[in-house]
Design a protein around this ligand. Structure first.
Ligand SMILES: [Cu+2]
Length: 150
């Protein structure tokens, strides 16, 4: 008959391994709950914000087609001095020439293409991104997004 002989030394060793695994698991589990809420890229790297051009379209009861173009999201928040790459993808509408009020930034978003706008504001405030084709209700807008710098 054979006996399983466990020496005292190996018992201590097994206990040590068990404790190591247990504490590593606890440490891992605790760190799962401390994940950052938002990506915080380093100072010199621009944060990327994606935006699309969208369209609301519908037909009224008397058969009239109505529509409105939008930037989506319609509001973005940026820290003062923060570098941001605003990437606007043209989904609805053939093209949207735009300007950002209070800056000399202008450009055009075309269907199926990405337009990249580098942003960095030194002054707090709300800057309007205005589509020049659809600036108000009468021109199938208002296609205006608000860039809030705080
Ligand atoms: Cu537009």
């Amino acid at each position: 008959m054979q006996f399983l002989v466990i020496k005292k030394r190996s018992l201590v060793f097994i206990l040590l391994i068990f404790l190591t695994i247990a504490s590593a698991s606890v440490w891992y589990y605790m760190n799962l709950n401390t994940l950052p809420v938002m990506n915080q890229p380093s100072q010199d790297q621009a944060r990327v914000i994606h935006m699309v051009t969208g369209e609301f379209k519908s037909t009224t009861e008397d058969g009239k087609e109505i529509e409105a173009y939008r930037w989506d999201p319609g509001t973005i928040l940026i820290n003062k001095g923060e570098k941001v790459k605003l990437v606007i993808y043209g989904v609805n509408g053939k093209e949207h020439p735009f300007m950002i009020e209070g800056t000399n930034i202008k450009g055009t978003v075309k269907k199926g293409e990405e337009t990249v706008v580098d942003l960095q504001f030194d002054q707090e405030g709300t800057y309007r991104l205005i589509c020049l084709t659809h600036p108000d209700k009468n021109s199938s807008g208002p296609m205006i997004a608000y860039i809030v710098v705080d």
